[in-house]
Design a binder for this molecule. Sequence first.
Ligand SMILES: Cc1ncc(COP(=O)(O)O)c(C=O)c1O
Length: 486
Amino acid sequence: MKDDLNRAPLAEAVASYAAEKVTRFHMPGHKGGAGISKKALEILGRRLFELDITGVEGMDDLLQPTGVIREAQELLACAYGADASYFLINGTSSGLQALILGTCNPGDEIIVPRNMHKSMVSGVILSGARPVFVSPEVDPELGIALGVTREQVAAALDAHPAARAVFLINPTYYGTACNLGPIADLAHARGLPLLIDEAHGPHFYFHEALPPGALTQGADAVAQGAHKILCSLTQSSWLHVKGERIDRGRLQAVLAVLLSTSASYLLLMALDLARLQMVEEGHALLTRTIELAERLRRGVRRLPGLRTFGEEYVGRPGVDGLDPTKVTVSVKGLGLTGQQVELYLRYRHRIQVELSDLYNVLFIVGPGNTEEDVDHLLRALGELVREQAGKKPRAELPPALPPQPRQLLTPREAFFAPAESVPLAQARGRISTETVTCYPPGIPILCPGEEVTPEIIEHIELMKRNGYRIQGPQDGGLTRLRVVKE
Ligand SMILES: Cc1ncc(COP(=O)(O)O)c(C=O)c1O
């Protein structure tokens, strides 16, 4: 198996099918690109369509793999030290949902971080599970959510001895990681699996300067975004399982429910090739990427008014490690918001950040970046700093979150209950059917099934007045909220 790691069996099989010039009487309708419009040819090129096939003879079936897809998945498992791996063509989202549906029945409790990704909320709705929330630590200066601690998970497990699984995020979007080993021991001592949303950590397994991957710290299953940090195509992800705590038969059945029956072979090929790239050159690519990110971090630290955090953060509650390839820059000292800096960089310098919030911009440095990219960015930031010289820094810190409200229904019960949209002020005492999250810190103040308290309404009004981005509700301006009909 180890020798085969230097092959990409699935990508090679699709490429040979395209090379065979088969007369195609199968989907998709473009027949290898012969039927596409001039515009499609001009914009997308022919090659993409030649490789865009479906599960024809010899190309296996993602939902019941026995051939090349199975072989490619076995190589993936081998590369990650997993016992089984699965390709995902509906993003990491589908992996997180599969893990919840694979471990929880309706009414089962599951320990989750309060800032779980919205696809996990969907997983909770689909499964009917009851979330037990653990609140992540929040950095007081940057306003960003960090990891959760062993003590918090222990307290949740003590209070909810019937919980079926512990599901955490590691690393965070901003690249902070926590020590999962002791949390895995806690879960395992109670016979529970530790599941990890490792969307932002598929590279951890290929370089010693990165925090250890969750599978090496005792996690039973992880979902990773191969398209986020590695060089796969957007929407392609994968899922790994280790040990016997996860029922793999059930997981496979769940994946067959969640995934498309027409898997994109372009995405599958990209996954196979991304795994091959990491096996063959992952270490060298990451060494370079880490050096580039450090160059950026050093340059930012020389610019007055900007702040970026690094190794000195390790040791704070919820931070036991750091992904150096993520560079978070606090722009409060310039008297600007992160969103303003994002627009400045995009339209003045043709630089696009990964994300921005009220205080920060986040840069993800990847294998595709160069020294020129970093220097271009540093010059742009330098120009901005000079333009902003003498401006008053923004001093405010994110207001403390209101107390977590009572959960009166499960998210699934709230989702399916008859609902109505009411003015926010009239939502007091009602049950929300929506999630409401302000950025920063990206921790929901309301989840479906929770009671809308006066403190929550007051907090939302305050956040709106102060220009925080609010996500989740159908009414983006949040003048109204969808609540369960009385
Ligand atoms: C922490 C986290 N988990 C899960 C996801 C979902 O991943 P995908 O977009 O691949 O479905 C994201 C997306 O950004 C994420 O940030």
